[in-house]
Design a protein around this ligand. Sequence first.
Ligand SMILES: [Zn+2]
Length: 463
Amino acid sequence: MKRLVTTLAALFLLSPASFSQQSSPAPPATHANPEFLKAADEVLADVSKIISLPVKSPLKKTVRSREEIREFILREVHEERDAAKWHADQQALETFGLIPRGFELQQFVVDLLTEQVAGLYDPKSKEFYIADWIPLHEQRMVMSHELVHALQDQHFDIEPWSEAARPNDDAELARHSVLEGAAIVGMLEYMLHAQNVSVRDLPDIEQFIRAQMIGEVDKNSQLAKSPAYIRDSLLFPYLAGTAFCQRLLKAGGSWEKFYEIFAKPPVSTHQILHPELYLSGENLPPVSLSAAVKAVPDEWKRLDENTLGEFGMHALLKQFLGEERAQRFSPAWAGDSYVVFEQQKTKRVLLLFRLRLAADSDAARFFGAYSEALELKYASRASLFRRPNFFSFETAQGGVFFYCHNDECLTAEGATRAMFDRITRALRWADAPRPAASGKPGEKIAVVQPLTVPRAYAAHVAP
Ligand SMILES: [Zn+2]
C-alpha cells in the first residue's frame, strides 16, 4: 500500500494553534505580491545560511488559491499513482482492516490534503507555492519549511532520491520522513535563530510538534474524520521524521554531517523510529513472498506486493488493540512482505502477509495479540480452529489462516485451507496443524474452541 502522502513529497501541513482560530484575514491573492516576494527572498537567504545549503539558482514563487492548490494535488494524485495502484491500495487497506469497506480512498485523500496544505514546494516545476489563506504573519514560518525543501532539491534532487526507494512503500516513507523531518527542524532553527538557539540544544521536540499538529485539530475537519491509519501516515514524516532528524543532527553535530544521509538513506520506518539502528548500520535481510505467490492459482491476479514496515505493523495493532499494545509489540518488527490478489471472476480479495519478528518469543507474543485483532476484525466467524501457533476460521470473505513458525508469522485472508497448505509448503514451512479427522471424508469439520489465549502466551499478552 502506497503511503498516501509520499508522492506529495513536499507538502507542508503544520497547522499552528493560532491557525484554526481565524486570525487576521489573508491578503488578497496576487501571484506576485511584492511584499510576499521580498519576504520569500529574505527567508530563503536566512534559511540557506542556517541549514548550510547555499542557494544555487533563483526560485519561482507564487501565492495560490485553494482551488489552484486543489488542482495541483489532484494532478499529483493522478500522475504519481495510476488507477491500478490506487485500486491495489484500497483492497489491501480494506482487507487489513485499516479503512472501512467501500471507503472513498482517493477522494478522501484529495480533500484531506487540500484542507491541510499551507504551502508546498513542487520539485517538478521547481516552484514554491504558498496558500493565500495563510495569514501574513504565519507566511514566513510556512515559507521557511518549504524553502528547506527547495534547497534540499537544489542540492540532492529530492524527487528521484525519494523515488529510488520504489517499489518499497516503507522505504519510500522513510526517505519522505527524512525530507519532512529536516524541513521541520530547519523551520524551527529558523524560528529560534534570533534567540541563538539550535534544535541541537533542545530536548526531544517530537512531543512539541505533535501537540502543535494535533492539539488544535478542528472536530469537523477531514483530518479529525480521517481513519486513524490515514491520519497517522500523513503525520508520520512530520513526527517520527522530526525526532529522527533531530537525533541525527545531535549525533553528527552539524548540518554538513547530516547531509551524508542523502548518500546513505534509511531503508525502513524501523530505522526512522529507532535512529540508533540507522546509526549502527542495522541491516535486516528482506522477507519474501515470491515462492508463495507462485503457489497461488492463476485465477488470482496479483495487484501489489509491498512492505508494511514497523509503521504499518504499529498501525495494524493500534487499529484493533489500541496504541499502548501497538507500542509494546511493534518494535520487534524485523521485516515483512504482503501481497494482495484479486480473483478475476468474483473480485474477491486474497491477502498474504508474512512478518518476521526479532526473536521466536516475539513471534509467540505477536501470535497472541494478532489472533485477538483478527477476531475483532471478523465479527462473524465459523469453524474456529486454534492451536498454540495456528488459528483459522471461515468468514463471508473466505478463510482466515494465521500461523507462526519460529520467528515468523504468516496470515492468509480470503484463502482456502488447500491454498494455505500450498503456500506454506512453497515457503518450506511445516504443515500447519489441522483438526483431527472425523466424520466422512470431505465433510467440513467445525472445531470450535473457547476464545482463550493459549496458556503459553498468556503471560506475554496479559495487560
Ligand atoms: Zn514539507
